[in-house]
Design a protein around this ligand. Structure first.
Ligand SMILES: CC(C)(COP(=O)(O)OP(=O)(O)OC[C@H]1O[C@@H](n2cnc3c(N)ncnc32)[C@H](O)[C@@H]1OP(=O)(O)O)[C@@H](O)C(=O)NCCC(=O)NCCS
Length: 171
């Protein structure tokens, strides 16, 4: 689960209901906001990523909600994926600035795959703004391939790239 990892003591765990405020805070810190446009990463602003939404994801019967924490249980990243039938979609993933490019994103994604695959999920879809090089590198590094685009998906008019990771083809 930790290929290429450069973090001592990284732990990845499933979120509990009490983690909803933490998820909302991590999301706000990891993503661009109108107030802080220098951040990296953009989300579909039609989705309200607040505590209430996060609580619903965590309680969802077919969602995978993970937290990455480093030594001392300091949360540094998170991931939410949702399954339907034999497919799943990565809804969001983020690692705090200052902890990026150390393998934490990859460890989160690998753990999500490890949870989804035994449940019969065959493919994981990933949507990302076409200019989001870090996320594209992460996804493609794990073997995801581009399968389409969603023009104007983001509020700023940017297009989304859609990638697919074949879970059954992987060891
Ligand atoms: C995308 C994100 C989660 C990646 O997390 P991370 O912990 O930095 O990723 P990793 O360290 O596991 O890196 C995974 C791969 O991507 C590459 N990568 C990461 N950041 C990169 C960057 N800025 N430029 C180029 N490649 C990058 C790494 O080199 C690594 O490739 P490798 O395995 O060949 O070495 C993080 O950049 C982030 O939180 N971005 C903001 C939120 C976002 O955009 N989320 C995705 C859309 S939902």
């Amino acid at each position: 689960m930790t290929h290429g990892l450069d973090v001592d003591g990284l732990k990845i765990r499933a979120a509990a209901s009490c983690d909803a405020p933490l998820f909302a805070a991590l999301h706000a810190s990891c993503f661009v906001s109108r107030e802080s446009p220098e951040g990296i990463g953009r989300w579909n602003e039609n989705e309200p990523w607040n505590e209430s939404t996060m609580a619903q994801f965590i309680a969802g019967p077919r969602t995978v909600c993970l937290i990455a924490a480093i030594a001392g249980d300091e949360p540094v990243g998170f991931l939410i994926a949702r399954a339907a039938a034999d497919e799943a979609e990565l809804l969001t993933i983020g690692v705090l600035l200052g902890h990026r490019k150390r393998g934490i994103g990859q460890a989160l994604l690998r753990e999500a795959v490890a949870v989804l695959r035994p449940g019969g999920i065959r493919q994981l879809f990933l949507e990302v703004e076409e200019t989001n090089t870090p996320a594209l590198s992460l996804y493609r590094g794990l073997g995801a391939v581009p399968v389409g685009r969603r023009p104007g998906y983001y509020e700023n008019g940017a297009d989304a790239a859609v990638l697919r990771l074949d879970l059954q083809a992987r060891p």
